[in-house]
Design a protein around this ligand. Sequence first.
Ligand code: G3P
Length: 222
Amino acid sequence: MKIFLDTANLKEIREGVALGVVDGITTNPSLLAKESGDPEQILLEICRTVNGPISAEVVATDAEGMVREGRHWAAVHENIVVKCPCTIEGLKATKLLTAEGHRVNMTLIFSPTQALLAAKAGARFVSPFVGRLDDIATPGMELVGDILRIFRNYDYACEVLAASLRHPMHVVEAARLGAHIGTMPFSVFAGLLKHPLTDIGLKRFLEDWEKAKKDLGTKAPR
Ligand code: G3P
């Protein structure tokens, strides 16, 4: 599974990239609004930092405006993927943008039929929002499974990008299902590696090694 960070924070992105396992970045208007500075400059810097797909979302709600904004984002850097919401206008814009050769990530996907239409319109990625469905007592991960099952029946060049992942178990479940990509906040990403038994085990190995080195002086050579 490819791992994307769901953040526009360059410090987090640089920290993640240094680990060598970050394949891309997703941003949205809320995430960019949390950062100080010009969103376009932030996106450009993200693109220079991560050699992979970087989602930049349109904020227009009509197809014409989405296409205009999408073209603008796509011109910022070749890594940019235009993110369009899964609405009627978003679908029209996706069709037009993909026909021009731009990659589109259809976002705010909450049903398998939305994902199916997005793939048919040429979207390169669909983003089902797992956590937000869980929030309304609907099993979000079932949506990821449904979309994957549907896509396996056909030849859509569309990857399932499990989004709104809120904790490491969401990541495990998305990987079990075979989601192509999981995008997550940096805090969730950091939690993927941590294990207290690893820390305890390492501490014990190092202590034993130090002790053995000390004892070496007192032991007779073999
Ligand atoms: O990638 C989608 C993500 O930004 C939404 O996450 O936690 O706000 O539902 P969340």
